[in-house]
Design a protein around this ligand. Structure first.
Ligand code: ITT
Length: 205
């Protein structure tokens, strides 16, 4: 039987949990970085999410010789002109916990009224072949940065990101509910079509 293998390449456990749920029904064999023994971390030297997503997907595809799915994502806060954005994972410097980064962001936003605390999460998924051929898809979810964290699910900035459509922070939602509305879910819905197309092509005689 023909089976396509897809490497979902992330070192972030929070992302991995979400993708396991989002992509579980794709008719491919999903493998993870740990499973294929990749410890290297792709360089993220791009200036944009698209550049970094492509860098990651191409790096891990070349490394493993597998079709690879990677994402670069971040939180863009309007009152901070879009920061931390592409630098979300390293906001405040290395070695901080997710909670510490949230606290730092809340401190930066101190005194800013609710109506000016708008923000969005953006996710760019890149799919790359070992040859370097690649495609991208993007998803965005709009929200508001609260003044204190709420909830202990999810990861990253979820406890301070309130989603108006669900009247909850992303950290108060079960994974399958976050996966209905999130930036990652929206990008993944488009990107899975790319994988399905590649699958169709690979089945052609
Ligand atoms: P990989 O590159 O290995 O996938 P990473 O954590 O370094 O893991 P990114 O460079 O894409 O990934 O950084 C994205 C950061 O943006 C992430 O570490 C979080 O701080 C934040 N972020 C992205 N998506 C998020 C989400 O759904 N909920 C909360 N925070 C998120």
């Amino acid at each position: 039987m023909h089976e396509l293998t897809l490497l979902v390449a992330t070192h972030n456990e929070g992302k991995a949990r979400e993708y396991a749920h989002l992509l579980g029904d794709l008719p491919v064999k999903i493998v993870w970085l740990k499973q294929v023994g990749v410890k290297e971390v792709a360089p993220e030297t791009g200036a944009t999410l698209v550049e970094n997503a492509l860098l990651k997907a191409r790096f891990y595809a070349a490394h493993t010789n597998l079709l690879t799915w990677a994402d670069d994502s971040g939180l863009e806060v309007d009152a901070l002109s879009g920061r931390p954005g592409v630098h979300s994972a390293h906001y405040g410097g290395e070695g901080l916990t997710d909670r510490e980064r949230c606290t730092l962001l809340l401190r930066e936003l101190e005194g800013i009224p609710m109506e000016r605390r708008t923000a969005c999460f953006r996710c760019v998924v890149a799919i790359a072949r070992p040859t370097g051929e690649a495609w991208t898809a993007e998803g965005v979810v709009e929200g508001v940065i609260l003044t204190a964290p709420r909830g202990d699910r999810g990861f990253g900035y979820d406890p301070i990101f309130w989603a108006p459509s669900l009247n909850a922070t992303l950290a108060e939602l079960p994974l399958e509910v976050k996966n209905r509305i999130s930036h990652r879910a929206l990008a993944a819905a488009q990107a899975r079509r790319i994988v399905e197309r590649l699958l169709d092509d690979s089945l052609q005689p």
